[in-house]
Design a protein around this ligand. Structure first.
Ligand code: ZN
Length: 322
């Protein structure tokens, strides 16, 4: 009996001993766990974890499948015309918009009574160097305002065909977005939609427009000229053929202006005759509609601006009285 009793006591001690041990282990584990939590909380307070450091990948993958490019998709090409910003100078006026909605800008220098006009870029990207020349002239005159006499005003339309210029610097940039040659679209007496291509520019198909003055770029320049009394104008082109006076046949004052410009620039006058008959040009329309003298003047090539020559040409233009 006594032995049995001692034996049952042993079991009780053993069970309670195990219980106690387990309890102590649990307490130690709990204490350890809490200490760790506090430590990590303190770490979080002190350090700002990197965004990626706390991110854990979800148990399931949500990665999208790799996209296969559509072979029929052509990414759009965003064409931009050459930007021009005149630092510390007058802001241009906008006389109209191209078919694509690009502004046609005119810079004004001087406040005198005699008004002169330079038009560049009528043949867009094919003759982009005329736009580059206009930009150089604008910058130069802004830095040297004394080149404009007190009784003169000079207007510079720096890019009459901004869509063509934005399209490409090359043969495809010559026409506007309707495929019209703007220097054949003016409502001069000899306007025609089609013409004999002998001796003329033939690198791409083009037209004089649906009707005379059909294009917004042309109408912008017409309304600008009609609202001023222009003594003389130069419409810039390239390349090489020389200086063409306005009028059919060439009118006296325009011939005088062409001669004087040729003398200053060494561009050919009379211009080189390729046998082409020019119809609906800006210069012809201008002299038929009250402009004192007008010329189409061609730079030497399709790349350079011939700046020094054209600074002399500017002097000739601004002192010309028809
Ligand atoms: Zn041209």
């Amino acid at each position: 009996m006594a032995r049995r009793k001692r034996q049952s006591h042993t079991w009780v001690y053993l069970v309670w001993g195990i219980n106690g041990t387990v309890m102590i282990c649990l307490l130690v584990a709990a204490a350890f766990y809490l200490t760790n939590l506090r430590a990590s909380a303190a770490e979080e307070l002190v350090e700002t974890p990197l965004p990626n450091a706390t991110q854990k990948l979800p148990p399931t993958s949500y990665f999208l499948p790799t996209l296969t490019p559509n072979p029929f998709y052509t990414p759009p090409v965003f064409e931009t015309s050459t930007p021009f910003v005149l630092e510390n100078g007058p802001r241009p006026s906008i006389i109209g918009f191209s078919l694509a909605g690009r502004p046609i800008e005119v810079y004004t220098f001087g406040v005198g009574e005699r008004e002169y006009l330079i038009v560049a870029g009528i043949h867009g990207g094919y003759e982009w160097n005329t736009v580059a020349l206009a930009n150089e002239l604008i910058t130069h005159i802004n830095e040297h305002p004394e080149v404009i006499a007190t009784d003169a005003t000079l207007y510079i339309i720096r890019n009459m065909n901004p869509d063509g210029e934005a399209h490409v610097h090359g043969v495809d940039g010559r026409v506007n977005n309707n495929g019209v040659d703007l220097n054949r679209n003016f409502p001069a007496d000899n306007w025609t939609a089609e013409w004999d291509r002998d001796g003329c520019w033939i690198y791409r198909p083009t037209t004089g427009g649906l009707y005379a003055g059909s294009e917004p770029e042309t109408r912008s320049v017409i309304s600008f000229i009609n609202s001023h009394k222009i003594e003389a104008l130069i419409s810039y082109h390239s390349a090489a053929l020389g200086v063409f006076p306005g009028g059919v046949p060439w009118e006296g004052p325009s011939k005088q202006l062409a001669k004087a410009l040729s003398k200053a620039t060494k561009y050919p006058y009379p211009p080189i005759d390729t046998g082409c008959e020019y119809t609906g040009t800006l210069a012809d329309w201008a002299v038929e509609n009250g402009v004192g003298a007008a010329v189409d003047m061609e730079l030497r090539d399709h790349r350079n601006t011939d700046f020094d020559e054209n600074l002399k040409a500017l002097k000739v233009l601004l002192s010309f009285i028809p």
